[in-house]
Design a protein around this ligand. Structure first.
Ligand code: NAI
Length: 303
């Protein structure tokens, strides 16, 4: 069973994606009385129309986490156009802390996927509170940033999304690291296909794209839920997919004791392997800026 803690805009859209993909039975939890049950009922009625036989339930009681194999946490406050993800830290840490305590109590063997922002810091918090190994607690950020980079690059190139691969690592935030050196169209480096100026503009647009969606429609939902569903499928179906994932670093990329987005292999064991890359000087500088901002944020938390 897959449980989703937080049945708001992102949580319910993740549920929708997972129902359509028929990944596993689903359980939703929310503190707002009736919300998770209502979402589950609505989704069940949708599933019946698509001949999907997965069971969807909802509850406002954390005890119902019992039996969860994988738990996704998109509970908490979302930012408004004037905020950065790190501005959510003080509000969301109590929510993620509480959810992590309950996961430890009711689902001690589960794999945990953090979505709540600031996701790298919340992943670190969930790791510390659950005490689970790093393989079983990781966050979604880099895949979403990579999808955003891909959207921009495909549009510049006029080439199908299917023929474009992009990679964004580092902090899921202001200091993300879009890696054009490791992005390509069917093996052709994108640097060979677009000008330096176009590339710089694409990176800038990628960095700003979440804020743009938030200012236009109030929240990001479809792209994040696509990214989460891809990560969930990689784990549940043991796909061994290479996905940028926020994971606790223990010396990889020269970093220790913070969670940051790096290329990782996701499979049935969760994060099964981290792929280290040789970064050039400017990539390393940008990665280090994210590292510094996350160290500061972690230092501000009461763990
Ligand atoms: P929302 O406000 O629509 O939904 C949040 C839900 O969490 C609400 O239904 C609320 O009742 C529930 N909640 C609050 N405290 C809870 C608790 N202790 N236990 C269970 N449920 C609780 O917000 P939205 O738009 O769904 O965003 C949720 C989070 O996801 C935000 O922190 C947002 O920044 C983050 N996010 C992260 C992304 C990423 O790339 N990692 C992308 C998009 C959103």
């Amino acid at each position: 069973m897959i449980s989703i803690i937080g049945a708001g805009r992102v949580g319910s859209t993740i549920a929708l994606q997972l129902v359509l993909r028929e990944v596993d039975d689903l359980h939703l939890i929310d503190v707002v009385e009736g919300l998770a049950k209502g979402q589950a009922l609505d989704l069940s009625q949708m599933a019946s129309g698509s001949d999907s036989d997965i069971k969807i339930t909802g509850s406002d009681n954390y005890g119902s986490l019992n039996g969860s194999d994988l738990i996704i946490i998109p509970a908490g406050f979302a930012r408004t156009p004037d905020m950065t993800r790190l501005d959510l830290l003080s509000k969301n840490q109590e929510i993620v802390k509480y959810a992590s305590q309950k996961i430890k109590e009711f689902a001690p063997s589960a794999i945990v996927l953090i979505v709540t922002n600031p996701v790298d810091v919340m992943t670190y918090l969930a790791l510390k509170i659950t005490g689970f190994p790093r393989e079983r607690v990781f966050g979604m950020g880099g895949l979403l940033d990579s999808l955003r980079f891909k959207t921009v690059i495909s549009s510049i190139l006029g080439i199908s999304y299917r023929s474009v691969d992009t990679l964004v690592i580092g902090e899921h935030g202001e200091n993300m690291v879009p890696l054009d050196r490791f992005s390509s169209s069917n093996g052709i480096p994108i640097r060979a296909l677009i000008s330096k100026q176009e590339l710089e503009d694409a990176v800038l647009e990628t960095r700003k794209s979440a804020a743009q969606v938030i200012s236009l429609k109030g929240a990001t939902t479809f792209a994040p839920s696509q990214a989460v569903a891809t990560m969930v499928e990689a784990v549940v179906s043991d796909k061994k997919s290479l996905i940028p994932t926020s994971v606790l670093l223990e010396g990889e990329f020269g970093v220790s004791d913070i969670c940051m987005g790096v290329p990782a292999i996701l499979g049935t064991g969760g994060v099964e392997r981290i792929i280290e890359l040789e970064l050039d000087v400017s990539e390393r500088e940008q990665f280090a800026k994210g590292q510094a901002s996350l160290i500061k944020a972690i230092g501000e938390m009461a763990i």
